[in-house]
Write a protein that binds this ligand. Structure first.
Ligand code: C2E
Ligand code: CA
Ligand code: CA
Length: 750
């Protein structure tokens, strides 16, 4: 059901049905019939003649009796007294009336019209029994629409326990039909109803044969109660309704189809049209629908069937509106240059079960576009899309500006999918030929296999992976599902770091550094910690990387520096020189405001920069090497000590040493851990110590976990030592207590 409601045609049907059930479309039907009958009329039947009695009203009952007698003498089929006779005013007139009516017997028929009382309800007043005693009575009982336009009437009505036929049934002689009501035919032009002046008839100006054999209706045209309107003509003599009803009753049938009939017919046609395979057929069917809406009710009316198109029209309007809206959004989802659907279109679609999303990033795409004249740019994208669809059989390839193409692949086993994409990559080995231009290019894929995740998310994941593949020069990058779970965490990291700093979840640990020769604590390294309330302790390596990504590393670094300075000042106040090491992220080394901020913070805190050692790790993330070297020499000029952290682990350790103006070298704990067992590692460490000393550097060994390692390092001439064996990283209060107790300590059992 929900799926159905998402398709415009079905949604439109449900709304139209609701409209039908609530008569919502009545105004539409009203307009339709009014316009139709304004333009479609034919002559009224000549067998019904109206005699206007308004102009003899002054003659009283005697005049009326005389008029009826003249009419009687011309042998009418029936004489309808559709006027209020002035019976009861004068005795002789009454007698004459009674006499002439008596002669007519059942050929004189009394017409009773409704009286609208003050409450706007209709009631019927049956004339004085002494007058109508021998005569049939017929009733005008038209039902109207919301604007008082006549629509239909029952074949008979019950009044005070007696049953009376309605006027049209008596005029036509048709007394029953399929339904309880019959419908009038408003194509009868009320203006063409044969009408004779009562005065002319009295004066003998009318040939008697004008009335012979006809149904004659004696009617006064004066304003009456219970006024009703006639489609296409408005306010008319009420007799017109009865004549229109009689004409309709003479047709083979008189019945109303429910609005559902038209609604189902039109829905059926729209359904066929919507699913038609060819555009021509589609258009033909839609044209038929429009024709049916306009012509069908009129055509059906000619055979006596009433069908209203209001609900059907509502259906068509809704469906058309929804389709136009859909087309518009579809247009937004197409790129203009290439004419290919863009990735929004793919993101907005519902993917079938069992497919992978692939995004291809084209290397040097922007360069290619830049060399191409405007009119060839679309061609370039189309050619790439064609190559992709030839290579993998994708029916639809989506394109977004910036050289990304996406499509879906059947979810094969991973190794098959990878080799499939490798095959596609081979297709891009031959250059692209766009007009006179030839391009060598490369294609990189991002693959998302997270079935069941929202399409837009999958497209984005594949896109991110494709970009990663492009940046790293790899052929294919698979989007790892666990990163999806991490995504919201990473996205909100910014706020979480601020929160962590505020409420103390982020704090600084201090690990002692010892002077090997004097066996004394000579300093500490400040190491950041995060005890996340729900995730527990987070390894600094992990969240520093994320902080770098989230652009929050600067704030974090300056916070560390500030906290470290507080500790430095506190320990130095005890009298001994105490050196504090802080770590500087590779990402920050080349930042233009780094030096200014370091200088500003130390100046504000009144600390000698010489007490701060800045540890830098050589990483590939150091973007602008020249700026980094410049910044570091500036820091050193300001008095900060520089230390090269994790020395020996990177590829360019020696080059680094030559480039950077450093004071200290920290031997990585990966070497230190093995010096007791490995001759080789021992040789490396020994020669590094020698090299560092030759360059005037202090050597710090980190990761010392036992006494033999420490002893060995002391023998090799290492200057300072740091490690779990000598002290774990701990909160400042604990560190300070240990410092006070062991400020000078023999390396016990060495
Ligand atoms: P690092 O600069 O090499 O820091 C030394 C790491 O070795 C610390 O890990 C420390 O706890 C650990 N360690 C010290 N002695 C021993 C030992 O005897 N055995 C072993 N197995 N490990 C030892 P931690 O605290 O997990 O820090 C990891 C890394 O996170 C640091 O490596 C540093 O690169 C980074 N980091 C920590 N704090 C900060 C900071 O405030 N700013 C920046 N940018 N990076 C930081
Ligand atoms: Ca460090
Ligand atoms: Ca280190």
């Amino acid at each position: 059901m929900r799926r159905l409601l998402r398709t415009p045609l079905w949604l439109a049907l449900f709304i139209a049905l609701a409209g039908w059930a609530t008569d919502f479309g009545e105004p539409v039907a009203h307009i339709y019939w009014n316009v139709l009958y304004k333009n479609w009329h034919h002559q009224a039947p000549q067998s019904i003649v109206v005699v206007n009695t308004a102009d003899i009203a002054t003659l009283g009952a005697a005049g009326e009796a005389q008029l009826i007698d003249i009419a009687r003498q011309s042998n009418p089929h029936r004489l309808y007294i559709d006027t209020k006779l002035q019976f009861g005013a004068d005795k002789s007139g009454d007698a004459r009336l009674r006499d002439v009516l008596g002669k007519l017997g059942s050929n004189a028929v009394f017409v009773v019209r409704p009286v609208v009382d003050t409450a706007f309800t209709k009631s019927f007043i049956i004339p004085d029994a002494s007058l109508v005693h021998h005569h049939p009575i017929v009733v005008a009982a038209w039902a109207t629409n919301f604007l008082s336009y006549v629509e239909h009437a029952p074949y008979w009505v019950d009044i005070d326990g007696a049953r009376y036929p309605t006027v049209s049934t008596d005029l036509s002689g048709v007394h029953s039909g399929f339904q309880s009501d019959y419908y009038a035919d408003f194509s009868v032009d009320p203006g063409t109803i044969p009408t004779i002046s009562g005065r002319d008839l009295l004066d003998g100006k009318v040939r008697p044969d004008k009335l012979s054999g006809k149904s004659v209706m004696l009617t006064s045209f004066d304003a009456r109660d219970g006024r009703t309107y006639y489609f296409g003509h408005g306010l008319v003599n009420p007799v017109a309704h009865d004549i229109a009803g009689a004409v309709a009753l003479e047709r083979p049938v008189n019945a109303s189809l429910t609005g559902l009939a038209m609604l189902s017919l039109v829905f059926g046609l729209l359904y066929l049209g919507h699913n038609a395979p060819r555009k021509r057929i589609k258009l033909a069917i839609y044209a038929t629908v429009l024709g049916a809406l306009v012509i069908l009710p009129a055509a059906l009316r000619t055979v006596g069937l009433v069908a209203t198109s209001d609900s059907a029209l509502l259906l068509v309007l809704l469906f058309a509106g929804m389709r136009i809206w859909q087309k518009r959004t579809r247009r937004i989802q197409h790129t203009s240059a290439s004419g290919l659907p863009n990735m929004l279109a793919l993101s907005a679609s519902t993917l079938p079960i069992g497919c992978d999303v692939v995004v291809a990033a084209i290397a040097r795409y922007d360069e290619m576009l830049a060399t191409l004249p405007r009119d060839l740019r679309g061609e370039c994208s189309r050619q790439i899309a064609r190559r992709i669809s030839v290579g993998c059989g994708a029916t639809e390839v989506y394109h977004s500006d910036g050289g990304h193409f996406s499509w879906t692949e059947e979810a094969r086993p991973l190794d098959m999918q990878l080799s499939h994409l490798e095959g596609l990559r081979a297709l891009f080995a031959s250059p692209l030929q766009v007009g006179p231009h030839t391009f060598d290019t490369n294609i990189h894929f991002g693959l998302d296999r997270n079935e069941g995740v929202e399409t837009a998310t999958r497209v984005n994941s594949a896109l991110a992976s494709a970009n990663e593949a492009l940046a790293n020069g790899r052929a294919i990058e698979l989007f790892e599902a666990h990163r999806l779970a991490e995504a919201p965490w990473e996205l909100s990291l910014h706020a979480r770091i601020d929160e962590g700093l505020r409420n103390g979840d982020i704090w600084l640990a201090f690990q002692s550094q010892w002077d090997v020769a004097s066996h004394r604590i000579c300093g500490a390294e400040a190491l950041i910690r995060w005890n996340h309330p729900t995730r527990g302790p987070i390894a600094p390596n992990a969240f520093i990387l994320q902080a770098e990504r989230a652009g929050r590393i600067d704030a974090l670094t300056y916070w560390v520096l500030d906290q470290a300075i507080t500790a430095t000042l506190a320990i130095n106040a005890k009298g001994e020189r105490f050196q504090m090491s802080v770590n500087l992220s590779g990402q920050m080394v080349d930042k233009p405001d780094l030096v200014r901020n370091f200088a500003e913070i130390t100046a504000r805190r009144g600390v000698d920069p010489g007490l701060i050692t800045v540890e830098i790790t050589e990483t590939s993330s150091m973007g602008n090497r020249a700026a980094a070297v410049f910044n570091l020499s500036q820091l050193r000029q300001l008095g900060f000590r520089l230390s090269i952290d994790d020395f020996g682990t990177g590829e360019a350790s020696l080059a680094y040493l030559a480039d950077l103006p450093s004071d200290e070298l920290k031997l990585d704990r990966r070497f230190i851990a093995r010096i007791c067992d490995s001759e080789r590692e021992r040789a490396i460490v020994a020669s590094t110590i020698g090299l560092a000393h030759a360059l005037g550097q202090t050597v710090v060994a980190e990761g010392i976990e036992d006494a033999p390692t420490l002893a060995l390092l002391r023998d090799m001439g290492c200057d300072q030592a740091q490690g779990f064996y000598l002290g774990r990283p701990q909160p400042f209060a604990v560190f300070e207590r240990e410092y006070d107790a062991n400020g000078i300590r023999r390396f016990g059992h060495v």
